[in-house]
Design a protein around this ligand. Structure first.
Ligand SMILES: [Zn+2]
Length: 262
C-alpha cells in the first residue's frame, strides 16, 4: 500500500482516547472546482479521486471512516457492535444507508459526515467510547437531528454528563439568507436560529441553533470552531460556489475512539 501524504486537519479535543477533527479543502487530489480534498461522492467529482481523498482521511483517523448517504432527515444509524476491524463478515454501513447521524461504540471504527455550509457536529463520551457524527443542515436543525443523535448515544451506553461536542465550520447567520417565511418557520421550532444577514435581509443562524439544541439535550461541554464556510475559502461552501455558478466539494468531520497506544 502506498504511503499517503498527511493532510492538514483541525483537531478538536473531545477527551482521552478520542480522535476528532475537521478536514479542509487542502491535501487531496481532486481538480477544480472540487480541489482538492473533496470527500463527497454525489457532487460530480471523479469517483477515483474521491476514493483517494477518503483514504487520506482514513489515514488521518487511524482507521477506515464510515460515511453513509445524508438525506437532510433526522435518522440515526448505529454501527453494529461487531463492525470492527478484523470482523469482515459483520454487516457494515455504507452509502446504501440513509442517515444524518452516525453512532459508533466500536474502537477504531470512526464515523464521519461531509458538509459544505451545513453544520458538522462531532460528539463523544470518552468514558464509554461512544461517539457520533451529525450532519445538521437547515432541515436537520428544524427536525432536531441533534437531539435524536444524543438520545441514540445514551441508548448505546453513553453517559449524558460525559458527552463532549465540537461544532464545526459552517455558514454563519450573517451569510445565510433565506425567505422571510422560512426564517419564521425554522425560528418557531428553534428560536436561536433567527438571524439577519450582513446586508439586512432575513437569515438563519444554524450554528447558534445547534448550540442551543446541544444545551437543550443536556450537552454542556461544547467547543465551536467558529469559522464561516461562506467567507473562508479554506472550506468548501455550496453557497459560495453556487453564487459563482460552480459545483463544489465536501469537507469532513470525523470522530472515533482509538485503541490505547500504551
Ligand atoms: Zn459568514
Amino acid at each position: 500500500m502506498q504511503h499517503a501524504p498527511q493532510i492538514p486537519v483541525l483537531e478538536v479535543d473531545l477527551g482521552p482516547g478520542i480522535r476528532a477533527f475537521f478536514t479542509t479543502r487542502a491535501g487531496g487530489v481532486s481538480r477544480a472546482p472540487w480541489a482538492s480534498l473533496n470527500v463527497g461522492t454525489a457532487v460530480g467529482d471523479d469517483p477515483a479521486h474521491v476514493s483517494r481523498n477518503r483514504e487520506r482521511v482514513d489515514q488521518a483517523a487511524g482507521a477506515r471512516v464510515t460515511f453513509v448517504s445524508q438525506v437532510h432527515g433526522r435518522s440515526v444509524a448505529v454501527l453494529p457492535a461487531s463492525d470492527g476491524p478484523g470482523v469482515p463478515s459483520a454487516p457494515a454501513l455504507d452509502a446504501s444507508t440513509e442517515a444524518d447521524a452516525l453512532v459508533s461504540r466500536v474502537v477504531d471504527a470512526p464515523v464521519g459526515v461531509y458538509v459544505a455550509d451545513c453544520v458538522p457536529v462531532l460528539l463523544a463520551d470518552p468514558s464509554s467510547g461512544v461517539v457520533a457524527a451529525v450532519h445538521a443542515g437547515r432541515p436537520g436543525v428544524e427536525l432536531g437531528v441533534l437531539g435524536e443523535a444524543v438520545r441514540a448515544m445514551v441508548a448505546t451506553g453513553a453517559d449524558i454528563a460525559s458527552i463532549r461536542a465540537a461544532v464545526g465550520p459552517s455558514v454563519c447567520g450573517r451569510c445565510y439568507e433565506v425567505p422571510a417565511d422560512l426564517r419564521e418557520r425554522v425560528a418557531a421550532a428553534v428560536p436561536a436560529t433567527w438571524a439577519t444577514t450582513g446586508w439586512g435581509t432575513p437569515g438563519l443562524d444554524l450554528p447558534r441553533g445547534v448550540l442551543a439544541q446541544l444545551a437543550d439535550a443536556g450537552v454542556t461541554q461544547v467547543v465551536h470552531v467558529d469559522r464561516c464556510t461562506r467567507t473562508d475559502d479554506a472550506f468548501f461552501s455550496h453557497r459560495r460556489a453556487s453564487a459563482d455558478g460552480l459545483a463544489t466539494g465536501r469537507f469532513a468531520g470525523v470522530v472515533g475512539a482509538r485503541r490505547s497506544q500504551t
